[in-house]
Design a binder for this molecule. Structure first.
Ligand code: ADP
Ligand code: MG
Length: 691
């Protein structure tokens, strides 16, 4: 089949380039079809004067050449240098450089209008264009009406190369086989376009509306596959009888009476919901939704103590090693503070062999009362002694259930999923089909509200200065950048360079650390430990700190390119500060130039509201169709394209459709379901391997 064609059979792709594509997870022609752009770009309107030129930005200029550019030969390379006169009268000129394109000097028409487009450079204070694309004005005009795909790339593959390769793959694979070919009626009912049309418009949108239609189609597909995967897994798993004997509650009561704070109403309610579950006839699953900082950890701890004091094991599973080791520390502190005779086993993927062996022993023979870790907890080779409760913290992957995994281990624990993703109850009920839901809406009242400010990136120095003062007062700060390293086609801050600049700026006044998902687990852990113990004062990080991290001494959360983030995500980030008794601050840098006002308006919601549910709703209202949706950066989102808020009607429909499909073909084994079945299997795998 053509979809299986190897990449080196493509024009202009040799073994070396093929390797680069492999790095992006692209092994065959078919993989290219679903390697969707991470963003889309529109060519900007051409400028007619130099005033608005900004170094580092991609810009277009309208003008002409008075003389033919001249070819030079430097270090065995052809360099063509010309002067481009800007505007129709051409009062000012900018120097333009082209490499390895000597033919240009002959082909350019003197005194006739052109548009040049590229990144504005700067050398010794002079602005210049290097290697700009050259257009006739009419041709450029046409381009400005198109949405151009922007792909996530790796060094050695340019965006243009990717575009060409995708196009070739598309032509090679025609006609495309729709994985939902059997579901034509359902697609029609949902008003969705065909697979082939959708694929084409994802890569090369004919218009913004067509792009929206394509995204809608794949959002639906994503939901549908999700529901099919969850439901097929759940099917046939009858509820277990609850055999737990939970007579003792003295320890639990004693801790509650001696907490340094009083529990909020929401925390109390969640705990009594859990206790009612524990006393019921069957083993249940519960979702606890609580905004950032609402104090879910103590709820987890108390319900786990309840199990442990009755002789059972209980486990808590976190999505990241950073969060798992933070829980370990918190739990150990609580054990010490209340002098509890309990033992913790800690299990993650990066333990040394001896440590791992010890942890496994402790878990198996019952020495371990609390078991804390990552998804390593459900992997093979872990046997439990008397596991009664499993809590999954910060569950962003909706509907994920560990029940199956533990059943295979012969255990029937109660299962609790804790999430800070604010979703309306109706949606939660669909996404977590059949789970009970508790919602903690209040946050501890004595806490001071985080003061929030939105500022343009030109005022960054003010923010840094502010951080300097906070650090001098003994506090700490987070600074979030969207990228790990500098990127060729993305104009956003990156942790690596930012960290270096900041360390230079602060010199002896503060220690700066960097954190991102590509670091080794032990390095991440070291940085987080150093930050938690104030050995590092400023942590420059990607959004890996978004999830669950608790360092109460940190009082500043500064977010670079804040306009680029979803508000729900910013809300999560802001939730990392304001956790102690000190006034805390959230500084959002708006780096939008073109649409600064719109971005400001959106970000300003953060100023007005501190309620995650409300923020998510407001964000939704302000987003235009196709605007900032889908194509997301964050790896935490369970859906790459679909947006549960914006597409809530599609979500509902997909849920109903999934049931209908399974009613007719429970195993998805009917003819014509091969493609769909493959997608569902891949989804199920991802659930267990991605964390
Ligand atoms: P999240 O719900 O985001 O996981 P955490 O459990 O990390 O929040 O709690 C955040 C902070 O609030 C912790 O330092 C915790 O000790 C504290 N905390 C929890 N409950 C209360 C409460 N009822 N009153 C005051 N502080 C609380
Ligand atoms: Mg938490």
């Amino acid at each position: 089949m053509n979809e299986d064609a190897a990449l080196h059979s493509f024009r202009g792709i040799g073994k070396k380039t093929e390797e680069l594509f492999h790095k992006l997870g692209i092994d065959r022609a078919g993989d290219l079809l679903t390697f969707f752009p991470r963003d889309y770009m529109v060519y900007p309107k051409p400028l007619e004067s130099t005033d608005q030129l900004e170094p580092g930005k991609k810009q277009a200029l309208y003008g002409f050449f008075k003389k033919a550019p001249v070819n030079h030969h430097y270090r065995s390379m052809d360099v063509t240098i010309g002067y481009f006169y800007i505007g129709s009268r051409g009062e000012k000129a900018i120097q333009v450089f082209w490499y390895r394109m000597p033919y240009l000097s002959r082909n350019i028409h003197i005194a006739s209008p052109y548009v040049i487009y590229g990144t504005v450079g700067e050398k010794n204070g002079d602005l210049r264009f290097e290697q700009p694309a050259l257009f006739l004005p009419q041709a450029y005009e046409k381009e400005t009406n198109r949405l151009l795909p922007v792909y996530s790339l790796t060094k050695g593959i340019s965006n243009q190369k990717m575009e060409k390769t995708v196009e070739e793959a598309l032509n090679l694979c025609l006609p495309l086989k729709d994985p939902l070919q059997k579901e034509e009626d359902l697609l029609k009912e949902a008003g969705l376009i065909s697979y082939e049309k959708a694929i084409r418009n994802m890569h090369f949108p004919e218009s913004p509306d067509r792009l929206s239609a394509a995204i809608r189609r794949f959002s639906y597909q994503e939901f549908l596959v999700f529901f099919l995967s969850v439901r097929m897994e759940e099917k046939g798993l009858a509820k277990e009888k609850n055999n737990l004997v939970l007579d003792r509650h003295e320890t639990c009561d004693r801790i509650r009476e001696n907490l340094p704070f009083t529990l909020t109403k929401g925390q109390e309610a969640a705990l009594s919901d859990l206790n009612a579950d524990f006393a019921g006839p069957t083993v249940e699953e519960r979702l606890i939704q609580g905004d950032v900082g609402s104090g879910k950890t103590i709820v987890a701890f108390l319900s786990m103590v309840r199990m442990v004091e009755n002789g059972y094991q209980s486990a808590i599973m976190a999505p990241t090693e950073v969060l798992a080791s933070q829980h370990q520390k918190t739990f150990q502190e609580l054990i010490d503070r209340y002098q509890l005779p309990y033992h913790i086993a800690f299990l993650t993927g990066s333990l040394k062999t001896a440590e791992r062996r010890q942890a496994l022993f402790d878990i198996e023979d019952g020495t371990a009362d609390f078991i804390i870790g990552t998804h390593a907890l459900i992997q093979e080779g872990v046997s439990y002694h008397k596991l009664a409760l499993v809590i999954t913290d910060e569950q962003h992957r909706f509907g994920v259930r560990q029940r199956d995994a533990f059943l295979k281990k012969g255990q029937h624990p109660f299962s609790v999923v804790m999430s800070a993703t604010p979703i309306p109850r109706t949606l939660a009920l669909i996404l977590y089909n059949g789970m009970h839901v508790s919602t903690i809406r209040d946050v501890p009242s004595e806490r001071l509200r985080v003061k929030t400010a939105v500022i343009p990136d030109g005022k960054r120095a003010v923010a840094w200065n502010f951080i300097r003062k906070q650090v001098a007062a003994g506090h700490q700060a987070y600074i979030i950048c969207p990228l790990v390293e500098a990127s060729e086609n993305l104009d956003q801050e990156n942790v690596t360079d930012y960290g270096k600049n900041l360390a230079e700026y602060f010199k002896e006044d503060a220690r700066v650390g960097i954190l991102h998902g590509r670091m080794k687990p032990e390095d991440k852990d070291k940085i987080m430990t150093d930050f938690a113990s104030n050995k590092i004062q400023i942590l420059v990080s990607t959004t890996v700190v978004e999830v669950g991290v608790n360092v109460p001494n940190a009082t500043v959360m500064m977010v670079e390119n804040a306009d680029h983030f979803g508000l729900a995500q910013l809300h999560q980030l802001r939730g990392r500060v304001g956790r102690g008794q000190w006034q805390s601050y959230c500084i959002l840098i708006n780096s939008q130039k073109k649409n600064a006002d719109h971005a400001n308006k959106r970000l300003d919601i953060m100023n007005r509201s501190y309620d995650g549910f409300e923020i998510a709703e407001e964000d939704l209202k302000l987003r235009g169709p196709g605007d900032a949706r889908g194509i997301r950066q964050s790896g935490d989102s369970p859906f790459t394209m679909a947006d549960i808020y914006q597409d809530s009607n599609l979500l509902e429909l997909a849920s109903i459709h999934a049931d209908r499909i399974l009613e007719e073909d429970p195993e998805l084994s009917a003819e014509g379901h091969e493609g769909l079945r493959r997608l569902v299997d891949a989804k199920a795998d991802e659930t267990y391997t991605n964390l």
